[in-house]
Structure formats: structure tokens, C-alpha cells
Design a protein around this ligand. Sequence first.
Ligand code: DGL
Length: 270
Amino acid sequence: MDERAIGVFDSGLGGLTAVREIRRILPGETIIYFGDTARVPYGSRSKEMLLKYTRQDMRFLRSFDLKAVLVACGTVSTTALPQVRKEHDIPVLGVVEPACRAAAKSTRNKKVGLIATAASIRSGAYEETLRAIDSDIQVKGKACPLFVPLVENGRVHSGDVVIETVVREYLQELKDWGADTLILGCTHYPLLMEVIGAFMGEGVALINSGAAAAEELKAHLEQADLTVSGRDGDAWFYASDRVQNFEELAELFLAEKLPHGAKKIDIEQY
Ligand code: DGL
């Protein structure tokens, strides 16, 4: 048992899809969450910029006493994580491997659709990981750059004509191609699960990368005997820009009140 906290970060609200799952499956853990809302979206940035942001995000999180970090950001997981992981002496887990393992398990026709940010699609990391698991799997990827700003603005609900139009625009070709499994390779996208699920239809399994990563974190902590039980966990939230909108949407997405609200920090100081 290790009572230290777990650090989680993303460019904004997307990583909350992982936090929600951690709170459910590891209820005794304390979570420190950072959303880099001043610099969202990450998905359109270069690799150099993403490395810089990731190092700063990690330095902020490491100002707390942590036992592990979950990088709840597909973009950082695909582009900066392999390098940054080596710079830390605690486990730093990402979302790519867990999502790919879940997709490989789920697909029957070996046609896996992938939606993610432009940087993640460009990296080829999901395809590479999937093919290493099963070389028969075909992958068709599609960058969906408009999804992140829409989610950050709370435009996630069925019946919202803007999000429904954008979903159709991006996903029609993956639907026509016949994918039976769709990786939501950006942690913002599970917040669109309802709209995406309705469009793709019941026969298509949606893989929530944040939730898959939370499951893998649990397995990792259990294996190393680091989980905490017998107490109620806690959660602290930080953002790099004004916290009012963040708090409102975070409570909606987490389906719980933030126990301590959210606090603004200056990420450029890290
Ligand atoms: N939620 C993050 C991801 O998984 C970042 C999206 C963005 O900031 O563009 O890719």
C-alpha cells in the first residue's frame, strides 16, 4: 500500500474521462489533475512544442508527492511520452497501449477505425501498436480537429446540430469502410460517446482510451502492491487558465462536485 497521490494531466477537460474511471475503480486513491486550458488544443502543435509542454506539465505534477502519473492525453502519449517517461523515476503510463489492446480484443472483422488529433494521427503510434499486437488488423485513421474545441465548449449532447454535423462529416468514411471497432484515441472524444455511438450504430464498439488507461493503471498498481483501500479517495484539480468554465464542465463530465473546486496555476513557471 502506498498512500501517495496519482497525477493525471491533459490539455484540458479530456483527461477527466480517465479520472472518472479511476474514481470508480480505485475509490481509495487521491488524484491530482492538471488541465492545460491556457494552451489547449495540443493536437495541432509540433512535436518540439509538445515535448516542452509535457515537461512543464510533469514538473508541475511532480511538485506533489506522487506514486504514478497517468498521461490522460492521446496527443502527448503518441508524441512525447516515450522520451519524457525516461526522465522520471515513477511509472508514467499513457493511453495508446491500453486502447490498442482493448480494440484488438474487440474487433471481429479486423477493421479498426481510429479517430484522434492531427498530431496523434501523424505519429502513426496507434497503427504501429495495433499491428504489433495483431498484424492482420487493418487501421483507418482520421484526424478530427474540431472535436476538442467543441468539447471544451460543452457542445457534446445529442440534438446539438453543430456537433452532429461535425460527427457526420468526420465519421462517414469510417462507417462506410465497415469498421466494427472505433478507437476514440483522444481523451476528449469519449465525452462525445452518445453522439458518436448514435451515428456509428450499435454494431460498432467504441473504445474509450481514457477508461482503458485507467484499467491498466489499476492493474499496474495492484501488481506492485501500491493501491490504497479502506478510505475515501480525494481529488484536487488545477488548470492553467480561468477556472470557472473548467469547474462547471468538469462537474458535468465527472458527474460529481469537485471536492475542492479548481485552482489556477501559472504553468510557465514550471
Ligand atoms: N485530449 C488530448 C488528446 O487526447 C488533447 C487534445 C488536444 O488538446 O488537442 O489528444
